[in-house]
Design a protein around this ligand. Structure first.
Ligand code: HEM
Length: 361
């Protein structure tokens, strides 16, 4: 017979609630009341980070498949779990306000005892970033991440993070998934009624779309068509700098972004709904992480002003740089620049809709 399941055994609460050991409570130190809150809030974050990584692992496995069956439960489960991640991030954003009940003077009572440990060393946070697709070359002050000395990662965490950075991340897998979308295969466009005779791209739909987009631009926006040609067709503007090109498109290929824009444009068709919602959830995760970075930065400024962090970065200056730079799905969010009014959308050929409705691969 099975032993009766007991609540605290099942949840291993003795381990969890036995894991708060404020350093200031130890012999020889002056107990700082708020250190308990400081420990518990970090531990609560780390538990939720674990759940986020668990969901991300499932999502990676689905997108790692050679072909995703759009009519199976796969994409719906991906969407469901991405949404769960957004809910968790909403909660994590709210949690900052609990820490706000600790004043800078309360923090000073134990701050020096923590040095050189810091949230910077949260390996799970780095794994979340790396899994979502934040790459080293796109990080602010990338030198900080390669430290294994004071304030950096220990050897084990360092290796774990490097290993994750070297494997395919979600942004790359989403890119491949988008590139595989069959929307523009010739067979679906034979009966398409095109209106533009321009031949700037090699597809009738995009010739039409480019024309409508171009005519929708105001005089002040006229040069957006140059950006359009680079973002979707790799046409490099004559006066382009590397930085400008990187701002226009950094993570996704032109082919993938054509598919993503198409999904956004025709999102009202049921066949595009799940794919659209997935892209939208990824943008939402980027926004929520950016909100967290912002709230954490404001809290840090209030708590330590312009002093360096315990993790030995420049503190608020570093966090501000990370806030401005650490977006993964900016290329997708930026697609709004290239939308046109619904009523001007080219009408899709029946063959395409029919194919997608029965799409099995
Ligand atoms: C009194 C409260 C806090 C202060 C003063 C503070 C301060 C800082 C500072 C100065 C940094 C920059 C690295 C360094 O030099 O230390 C940092 C990074 C970080 N902190 Fe905090 N922090 C606080 C609370 C938290 C909490 C509750 C979390 C939750 C997990 C957290 C997570 C992080 C993370 C993940 C980073 C790295 C951010 C990035 O690289 O973008 N911090 N923190």
């Amino acid at each position: 017979m099975n032993a009766t399941m007991y609540y605290s055994d099942y949840l291993q609460l003795d381990k969890i609630t036995g894991s708060q050991e404020p350093v200031s409570f130890k012999d020889g130190n002056i107990p700082a009341h708020d250190e308990m809150l400081f420990i518990i809030i970090h531990q609560a974050y780390e538990l939720w980070f674990k759940q986020i990584l668990f969901e991300l692992d499932y999502i990676l496995k689905v997108f790692d498949k050679q072909a995703i069956n759009d009519n199976s439960e796969d994409l719906n489960l991906v969407l469901h779990r991405l949404r769960r991640i957004t809910r968790i991030f909403e909660l994590l954003n709210q949690q900052v306000s609990i820490l706000d009940t600790m004043t800078p003077l309360d923090f000073l009572e134990f701050r020096n005892l923590l040095t050189p440990s810091s949230g910077f060393q949260s390996a799970q946070f780095r794994l979340i970033e790396a899994t979502l697709g934040l790459q080293m070359q796109n990080r602010h002050q990338s030198g900080y991440y390669k430290r294994t000395g004071e304030g950096g990662f220990d050897k084990e965490d360092y290796e774990r993070i490097n290993e994750r950075e070297a494997t395919q991340n979600l942004a790359q897998l989403i890119n491949n998934w988008l590139e595989r979308m069959p929307f523009f295969e010739e067979q679906f466009w034979k009966n398409y009624k095109y209106s533009s005779h321009e031949k700037i791209t090699d597809h009738i739909f995009w010739n039409d779309y480019r024309h409508v987009y171009n005519t929708s631009l105001t005089a002040r926006e006229a040069n957006k068509i140059i950006d359009f040609d680079y973002v979707f067709f790799n046409k490099i503007p004559e006066d382009a700098t590397g930085e400008r090109l990187n701002n226009l498109r950094s993570t996704f290929s032109a082919k993938a972004l054509r598919a993503a824009l198409f999904i956004m444009l025709y999102r009202d068709f049921p066949v595009f709904q799940t794919s659209y919602q997935i892209l939208d959830a990824l943008i939402e995760i980027d926004h929520l992480m950016s909100n967290w970075r912002h709230k954490h930065l404001i809290m840090v400024r209030r708590m330590i002003g312009m002093r360096v962090g315990t993790g030995n970065t420049s503190g608020a200056g570093y966090l501000e740089g990370a806030l401005n730079k650490h977006y993964v799905y900016r290329d997708i969010a930026g697609l709004s620049t290239y939308l046109i009014e619904r009523r001007n959308l080219p009408k899709l050929p029946d063959e395409l809709i029919k194919h997608l409705s029965f799409n099995v691969e």
